[in-house]
Design a protein around this ligand. Structure first.
Ligand SMILES: NC(=O)c1ccc[n+]([C@@H]2O[C@H](COP(=O)([O-])OP(=O)(O)OC[C@H]3O[C@@H](n4cnc5c(N)ncnc54)[C@H](OP(=O)(O)O)[C@@H]3O)[C@@H](O)[C@H]2O)c1
Length: 316
């Protein structure tokens, strides 16, 4: 990965962050995308060893306030400030106009430089550019476009970002049923399209699906169909974008950040069922999915494939 840049949208937590760890360890650079600045900032800090863990270092979204030409908390040592909000730290230089910090350097010890817009820190660079992050919402094409405008080149793209509802047809509204397609399918489709101008000739893309595509664990037909559609999207894009390589990773249930957000009861029941259903009798680990993604990033003869890090779940 030496000298190569991996863009990971959804890289602030979970599987995406595990992939980022591997890219940095292998000598590459990462650009993390997600919707929450504090999460991205904390992830960047863990990747560069400036903070022990994302939760321990997660700063408030806006911990300093500059209003009406007066800094009410925080220190501005150069520049002109008319008003705005400074997030987690001290502005050591910068220019502020029209109530918004339009450029500046934040020296909180975590973010060494960054651009502040709309009153909050929306991007940052750590360790001379080895890790950088930028706020993006894959549901918003303008946001995706601005995200890729700020990226020099994309050697690897991984897009695990998604937010959706799953469940039976009989129980979900149409809007809920469509949400996996809206967020997970079209979010990744638009991310790839808007990345095209920045893809290098030997770039590789890994899309995120899920092994529910081939074996539904519970009634959730639209979610199942969405994952199958993403696997098809990977094959279609591999044909269109060659020699750029496009592959898909389709994990089983993973014991990690996503399931930690759910109640103990829901998580334990899902893990027990998965342990009964998978050949390897346990849920997977984020590290095991990240290893599969790294293989797809780096194996130069892989394209149009879907890998299933699922412990043999799909076979039983
Ligand atoms: N974990 C599993 O068991 C499993 C199994 C099969 C498939 N998958 C697939 O893998 C994906 C990632 O899983 P994970 O375990 O890594 O989840 P995770 O820990 O929840 O991470 C998802 C990341 O995506 C970001 N994100 C969500 N919606 C976004 C949006 N609209 N725009 C930009 N960023 C967004 C989140 O940050 P913000 O909220 O701050 O934006 C978060 O950092 C899942 O969505 C799922 O489709 C997971």
């Amino acid at each position: 990965m030496n000298g190569r840049t991996a863009v990971i949208i959804g890289g602030g937590a979970g599987i995406g962050l595990e992939v980022a760890r591997r890219v940095v360890a292998a000598g590459g650079r990462v650009v993390l995308g997600g919707r929450t600045p504090s999460r991205l900032e904390a992830a960047a800090a863990t990747l560069t060893g400036t903070s022990p863990s994302p939760t321990a270092s997660m700063p408030a979204a806006s911990s300093g306030v500059v209003s009406s030409g007066v800094v009410s908390s925080g220190v501005v040592s150069s520049g002109v400030v008319s008003s705005g909000v400074v997030s987690s730290g001290v502005v050591s230089s910068g220019v502020v106009s029209s109530g918004v910090v339009s450029s500046g350097v934040v020296s909180s010890g975590v973010v060494s430089s960054g651009v502040v817009s709309s009153g909050v820190v929306s991007s940052g660079v750590v360790s001379s550019g080895v890790v950088s992050w930028r706020v993006v919402d894959t549901a918003d094409q303008e946001s995706l476009s601005a995200f890729f405008d700020a990226v020099d080149q994309v050697d690897h793209l991984f897009t695990p970002a998604a937010t959706y509802t799953t469940g039976p047809m009989r129980e979900l509204s149409d809007e809920e049923a469509q949400s996996p397609f809206t967020s997970k399918f079209w979010g990744q489709y638009h991310a790839v399209r808007l990345a095209l101008p920045k893809l290098t000739a030997d770039a590789s893309i890994v899309l995120m699906a899920g092994a529910a595509s081939v074996r539904p664990p519970a009634p959730a037909p639209a979610y199942v169909a969405c994952n199958a559609a993403i696997e098809g999207l990977g094959r279609g894009l591999a044909v269109e974008l060659a020699p750029v390589r496009v592959n898909v990773v389709s994990p089983g249930t993973i014991d990690g950040n996503l399931w930690r957000q759910r109640s103990d009861e829901v998580r334990e029941s899902a893990f027990a069922q998965y342990s009964r259903d998978a050949l390897l009798a346990r849920p997977g680990r984020e590290s095991e999915v990240a290893d599969a993604v790294m293989f797809l990033f780096t194996n130069t003869y892989m394209t149009g494939s879907t890998l299933y890090p699922d412990g043999g779940y799909a076979l039983r």
